[in-house]
Ligand binder design. Structure first.
Ligand code: SAJ
Length: 429
């Protein structure tokens, strides 16, 4: 191991190392607090002034970070947030936790990574470790970050260290937190990987080293593409069963009795969230640049993306069965968030279903106890209370998100036609 790496590891082991976290969102803020509690002095970097002010006031805006935990770290002087990216030079170890969305054409938007890279280009110095955590296409760390850091002055693996380690934060997960979710790490060099390993080992029970940054980048994409493909299979089975007049939920439950070689996924109204609908496109895009079409991955994304239209057509069929045209019918959409018991509506299929039904002329209202209002077609629409009168006046009810805190008995008792995309009414009360 070279001298710089040995010095850095000593700083990490003694907690003398100052840790920088770039991006204080649902990934970065919990990570920053975890490092603070492990005894490090943390500098959090944000472009959003309101986040910097909230952190420095000890106010948590991330559900998984309890206010008292954040306030304690700030009061102890272990955690400070700043807008000043030139202060990156003060950090000995830097974790980049910035968003990696898709742009309007559905291609990777690595602009947030590039903003961090450009700041690091100005401030990088000997002895620093930089770890990218944001989900991205294989090659990003080596092709985008390394050139920005190496420049002409410093040599990677000798003067500074560079690794990739995918974030595995599952917001709201009551069991798996940062400390007990194994962390994969891949370095540009062995010393890079070892420095990252030692850093994360101070807060995470299990760190898994892989041989390269590309292997680590691909590990994350496999994890989430695996979900997208299997969810697409469940969705296609729902369509198959519908055409064969078989209960898809019964078939899935029966298949799930197989104690090996099967993993249960369930059909739904589409694929929401900012991970699963997005991550596979990062891999497809990269492979296109290498003249390879990831057909299975892209087909799965297409099947999932088509589900909101399929649901809106099923609603039209149900109305038709009751002699009602879509136009002028009153539709109650139950659930707007992208998955149960969260208020997150990013990429939520409910937004597409509401739009598609409104385009057909339906009068659509929604009820979601966790989403008080929605931006729909440039307008703010509010969640309506679910009561007997409103249900009695509905021509059809569409259950899109199966939050725990919804009165499903009220829907059952209403006797109104229901399209239950989550099969929640069949579950034991
Ligand atoms: N969905 C289905 N059927 C399923 C599972 C999910 O239709 O069988 C839908 C959900 O309703 C949602 C979308 O897919 O709209 C995504 O759901 P998800 O359960 O994958 O939840 P996410 O998007 O919060 O994914 C995150 C990911 N975590 C990280 O990237 C760190 C994912 O890797 C996790 O496996 C997942 O949480 C989880 O298991 O909670």
């Amino acid at each position: 191991m070279n001298e710089q790496a040995r010095v850095l590891i000593e700083q990490i082991e003694s907690r003398q190392a100052r840790v920088g976290v770039v991006g204080l969102g649902y990934v970065g803020l919990p990570l920053a607090v975890e490092f603070a509690e492990a005894g490090f002095s943390i500098l959090g970097f944000e472009v959003a002034r309101d986040k910097v002010e909230a952190v420095n006031a000890g106010n948590s805006y991330v559900g998984d970070v309890p206010e008292e935990q954040l306030a304690a770290a700030v009061e102890a002087g272990r955690l400070e947030a700043t807008l000043d990216y030139d202060r990156l030079a003060e950090a000995d170890a830097i974790c980049i936790c910035v968003p990696t969305p898709l742009n309007k054409t559905g291609d990777p938007d690595v602009s947030f990574i590039m903003t961090a890279a450009n700041s690091l280009q100005r401030t990088v110095r000997a002895g620093q470790l930089v770890v990218l955590e944001s989900t991205t296409y294989p090659g990003t760390t080596r092709e985008l970050l390394l050139p920005a850091l190496a420049g002409t002055r410093l040599e990677v693996g000798k003067d500074f260290f560079l690794a990739f380690s995918p974030e595995r934060v599952d917001p709201g997960n009551p069991v798996y937190k940062i400390h007990n979710t194994p962390k994969v790490v891949g370095g540009i060099t062995a010393d890079c990987a070892e420095c990252a390993n030692r850093l994360y080992s101070t807060i995470i029970e299990q760190v898994i080293l892989v041989s390269s940054t590309e292997a680590a980048e691909l590990t994350k994409l496999l994890e989430n593409t695996f979900r997208s493909v299997n969810i697409a299979l469940a969705n296609e089975m729902a369509i198959v069963c519908d055409k064969l007049d078989v209960d898809v939920w019964e078939v899935i439950e029966a298949a799930a009795t197989k104690p090996f070689g099967f993993m249960k996924f369930t059909p739904g109204p589409g694929l929401g969230g900012h991970c699963i609908p997005v991550d596979p496109h990062y891999l497809s895009w990269k492979m296109k640049t290498l003249d390879y079409k990831t057909r299975l991955i892209e087909l799965a994304s297409e099947i999932n993306a088509e589900m909101p239209r399929y649901v809106s057509e099923k609603v039209a069929d149900l109305l038709n069965d009751h002699g009602r045209p879509v136009r002028g019918s009153r539709v109650v959409v139950v659930g707007a968030a992208y998955k149960p018991d969260t208020n997150d509506t990013r990429e939520s299929p409910a937004l597409d279903i509401i739009r598609l039904l409104a385009e057909k002329g339906a009068e659509v209202i929604y009820h979601d106890p966790m989403v008080p209002n929605l931006r729909h077609e440039g307008q703010d629409i509010e969640s309506m209370p679910l009561d007997e009168k409103r249900l009695a006046g509905a021509d059809v009810v569409v259950i899109v998100t199966d939050h725990t805190d919804i009165d499903y008995d009220l829907i059952r008792r209403s006797g109104r036609p229901v399209l239950d995309t989550r099969n929640v009414l069949q579950r034991p009360a």
